[in-house]
Design a binder for this molecule. Structure first.
Ligand code: A2P
Length: 316
């Protein structure tokens, strides 16, 4: 396997592995299966793991990390890059630091490498079912939530902070008040949702993009097979002796973007790392640039089609 490259994040030399293993599964795989998949991923060479309070996978990831350290699969905690995310119900005044501590408790870690605001929205109560009652869904007070995020850095609970699902407009709001700017914006990105405008904006502002759903989250409630079942990508893959998934992941990587991709299957998770010692031709890149664009993941699917939620979806 070719070595996994790293990305430098704004203003620092330490690096984030360019591909991370996503831990959100549908239907939820459960603690033991998630833990086993993470251990398998560590054996395969993954060092970057992506979780969130809302995925319910923090505990499994934490147990797998502890086990990997016990087994000597990794030498020290600092060899791993762990991202987790602040859920929308914890973004009010005084809630961010306790939420980060709760995630650390789930993970049984002293710090995470990256803490992201999961969505640019606030819920005034924790509700697990969809749709969330409309009166619980509010605009995010950026100053309140970002000061809380910065406090997490100052307390040593996270090495870095960032956001997820943020449009250029939401990023501008954060940048106008930030003492610590967001290092990362994690968004849906793949050949069918290429995010050109957002990528240009983030490049200019020094914010690194991580792509989630790089394979279209096939077989989940929020995804489909428009990538893995696409003929253009399949033809490119065939001509190169690669798989369609590898072509999609390689395309993301070639855009200077890092990847959070989920596979709990031993062969496929290994296959997804085999993308660093070959490249797509100009002709193939041109074909991919012409693919029709459709967004897959919506906040409305998570919270319900409320006016504020639809407004946020339209901005992303
Ligand atoms: P599995 O875990 O069974 O491998 P995304 O990364 O866009 O969220 O997509 C994740 C989905 O794609 C999961 O259903 C995962 O299933 C599947 N997947 C991951 N890697 C591959 C691959 N190399 N080939 C086919 N399907 C894949």
């Amino acid at each position: 396997m070719a070595a996994i490259p790293s990305v430098k994040l704004a203003g620092e030399e330490t690096a984030m592995p360019v591909i991370g293993m996503g831990t959100a599964s549908f239907p939820a795989a459960g603690l033991e299966a998630t833990k086993a998949a993470v251990l398998e991923a560590i054996k395969a060479g993954y060092r970057h793991f992506d979780t969130a309070f809302a995925y319910g996978s923090e505990k499994a990831l934490g147990e797998a990390v502890a086990e990997a350290l016990r087994l000597g699969l990794v030498e020290s905690r600092s060899d791993l890059f762990i991202t987790t995310k602040l859920w929308a119900s914890f973004s009010g005044p005084g809630q961010v630091v306790p939420a980060c501590k709760m995630s650390l408790q789930n993970l049984k870690l002293e710090y995470v490498d990256m803490y992201l605001i999961h969505w640019p929205v606030r819920m005034t109560e924790m509700v697990w079912k969809t749709p969330v009652p409309e009166e619980l869904v509010q605009s995010l007070d950026m100053k309140v939530v970002w000061e809380g995020m910065e406090e997490c850095v100052n307390l040593g609970l996270t090495k870095r902070i960032g956001v997820s699902n943020f449009s250029c407009n939401f990023l501008d709001q954060i940048l106008s008040i930030a003492k610590i700017p967001p290092a990362v914006n994690q968004v849906e990105m793949n050949p069918f949702w290429q995010q050109k405008k957002l990528r240009d904006f983030c490049k200019e502002k020094g914010i690194h993009i991580t792509a989630y759903s790089p394979l279209g989250a096939n077989n989940t409630k929020w995804g489909d097979n428009r990538i893995l079942g696409n003929d253009v990508l399949a033809d490119i893959a065939k001509s190169m002796g690669k798989t369609t998934a590898q072509v999609a992941l390689r395309w993301v990587y070639e855009q200077g973007v890092s990847i959070a991709s989920k596979s709990f299957n031993k062969e496929r998770m290994r296959q997804n790392l085999e993308i660093f010692d070959w490249c797509l031709s100009e002709e193939d890149l041109d074909k991919i640039s012409q693919l029709p664009q459709t967004k897959g993941v919506t906040l409305a699917a998570v919270l319900g089609p409320h006016p504020l939620v639809l407004e946020i979806d339209a901005s992303l």
